[in-house]
Design a protein around this ligand. Sequence first.
Ligand SMILES: Nc1ncnc2c1ncn2[C@@H]1O[C@H](COP(=O)(O)OP(=O)(O)O)[C@@H](O)[C@H]1O
Ligand SMILES: [Mg+2]
Length: 510
Amino acid sequence: MPQLSVQHITKRFGQLVANDDITLDVPGGKVLAILGENGAGKSTLMKVIAGLLTPDAGDVLVDGRPIPHGRPDLAIQAGVGMIHQHFMLVPRLTVWENIVLGREPRTRLGAVDRRTAVRTIRELSQRYGLAVDPESPVHALTVGQRQRVEILKAFYRGAQVLILDEPTALLTPQETEELFASIKHFARDGFPVVFISHKLDEVMEVADRIVVIRQGKVTGELPADDATPQKLAELMVGRAVVLRVEREAVEPGPAALEVERLEVAATRHRPTVGPISLTVRRGEILGIAGVDGNGQLELAEALVGLVPTRHGSIHLAGKDIADLPVRERTSHGLGYVPADRQTDGLVLDFPLWQNFILRDYASSPYRRGVGIDRPAARKAALQAVEKFDIRPASIDVFARQLSGGNQQKLILAREILRRPDVLVVSQPTRGLDVGAVEFVHRQLLELRRQGAAIVLISLELDEILTLSDQVAVLFRGRLSDPVPAADATRDGIGLMMAGQGFEAKAVSGQ
Ligand SMILES: Nc1ncnc2c1ncn2[C@@H]1O[C@H](COP(=O)(O)OP(=O)(O)O)[C@@H](O)[C@H]1O
Ligand SMILES: [Mg+2]
């Protein structure tokens, strides 16, 4: 059986030690999970194994033989098959063309032997339950299918060791289950498999052993059978964390946000989104689930006024705001936490405290004459830093200097502490550690308790199911009817995320 061994790998980027003396062994037939927060050093390690990065120290061995450093070609030759976080396929080529690219089987006359290629791929695809049509062009495939093509490609190239870097990030729950079944099948066939994730439940489900890394160092290694979410979270974060938030019952009030037949016109870069109708009452969270790229960004931006809408109305506490510019919507009580904090949420070259008052600098409480009341603004920013545990806790650092997690907390603090009547929040916990996730969830629930209406757009189905009162699914620019979260199941929502139930709606919705 093939075997992968990683010995004392250290990798620095300047001052930063991204991998600090990491050693692991993956015997054939086993799935090893590498668990760690964003930035822990997981992808770096994988790139070292795949020869894409040269380590400063240490060795990678397949079957006891070291792979020369920094040679992806030799890593592939040694049998390393790496499935990246971002796919590397050519959309206009077919599945089989992508898979054989650069290694085309030839007929005796030297032409590309399409029949042999297609047959080989069919066999591989049946063997591992990786259903995909070899003749289909890649651009016509779903994300889950594209990933299968990447895996088939690795096997076609003779992979003996399979490494998957956060492979579930873009999948529906059903696609995730199918992938897990395939992964278990690779292991049963004797391959060592490395599965990388930051999700506790996933590693517990798919792995035999779990290695946890934090800030480049291995902080623990344990059999999956001995793992509990609590133990894993502690190893990841370095302290005990509360994983479940209490969600108290809130009697919803009158409708705070009413959207009717809202439509965003297509451009060269995006398809039409809508018509979308939704209602959120005070004290209610409407969770919007969906696979990335189904109109999440367009819907959020249409609600807050960042993209023009073609049709439809948006009523905020009874007033139609659909034609108002962003700033006026904001002063009418709308808050927004964008998914992309760097470009949409912050002015990176402003200090922290100025970013904190960005929405309100022209109005009370920070206005003084024609200028801003600096002491009042600075005091409010200091309180926010304290309350939201934003580090480093100086309010004079530039937003650019904050880590991703701290930038996210700064935006959340600004939007939540303004006490908006309606908050549109997209991917509120992306990039936060599990401890910070729980904190943010509690803040959102507190805002709901105080009577805000919240539209929660998230790719994390667990987050949606934990927080929401109502759940709807966004698919190809259309929104399903909401269901009470109490009646929503992972499987049911997952099927809708893949489009089930939308054909009928598309017809009746016209
Ligand atoms: N090419 C690079 N240059 C400089 N720093 C990098 C580079 N790649 C990753 N890093 C840094 O190394 C650390 C680990 O990153 P990464 O391995 O991508 O983490 P993970 O995959 O666990 O989220 C992070 O702090 C990241 O910013
Ligand atoms: Mg990564």
